[in-house]
Design a protein around this ligand. Sequence first.
Ligand SMILES: Nc1nc2c(ncn2[C@@H]2O[C@H](COP(=O)(O)OP(=O)(O)OP(=O)(O)O)[C@@H](O)[C@H]2O)c(=O)[nH]1
Ligand SMILES: [Mg+2]
Length: 298
Amino acid sequence: MSTFFNRLRKGLSRSREDLAQILPGKETKDLSEDDWINIEDGLIMADCGVETAISLIARARKSRVPLNALRAAMLETFPAQQPVACPADGPFVLLVVGVNGTGKTTTIGKLATRFRSEGKKVLVGACDTFRAAAMDQLAVWVERAGADLVRQGDGADPAAVAFDTVRRGVARRYDVVIIDTAGRVQTDKGLMGELGKVYRVIGKALDSAPHEIWHVVDGGTGQNAVVQVEKFREVVGTSGLIVTKLDGTAKGGIVLQLSQKFRLPIRYAGVGEELEDLVPFDAPDFVNSLLPDFKDEI
Ligand SMILES: Nc1nc2c(ncn2[C@@H]2O[C@H](COP(=O)(O)OP(=O)(O)OP(=O)(O)O)[C@@H](O)[C@H]2O)c(=O)[nH]1
Ligand SMILES: [Mg+2]
């Protein structure tokens, strides 16, 4: 069994156990209206949100075996995974965004390690220039990964750092350039404007960049994650999601909700604080972690 599956199963055990109470291996014809309401409540409690819970239930009700149908309906919320963009004119440039403390910097360290293990030359830009500690934290991760870092002094213009990083990535023929940004609340107009500038300046340094914009979401955020993704997407045109902290107290349903609402690929899942705790997202593993196992063959 994969580490991802084990960690997820552990992380999502509460939601799975709750759902197991109300989703016995029954056939649809044996379920009462109250049972369906309980199942819907269970999905909402697991952070699926009302809209997603209702649409999942609507599909499950059409089938003879609700658990099977629910599993299929959950899988359908995930769009087919497209390969990550592979530019012809220079390095692959990735912009990483999200609210405070979701795990952006840690995730960049883990991603840089992955790319390095594939033999790629990786350059990381420290565009969280507000706090020296933030740049130091990134520097540690980057060194552990065996990647290179571009940083300027405290309080430097994040857009200038982003521009420099991408230019250096092109000039020195890096394979991958990753831009770390400061966490910001989606309602902060000033900081969101600054992020928009970082995004635009990357395009000035390399026409086709950024090739991917990944929004790092804390899996334990709950319903607020939806408005976060919406607002960041308006500013930087998010192309994919990374959901972190799925090893902790996250209830998991938010992943289904985000996927159903935005149809964005979920590229990776964070399942711990160590270097190896970032795994490519696997929809069947995820759904199997969230739903109870079949107790009876029906
Ligand atoms: N359990 C767990 N903790 C994680 C995961 N990813 C990140 N963290 C922890 O979350 C905390 C915040 O991580 P950072 O990488 O600093 O988050 P950030 O988004 O860069 O934060 P700001 O730059 O302040 O916005 C750290 O304590 C990380 O170790 C994860 O997948 N699981
Ligand atoms: Mg950070």
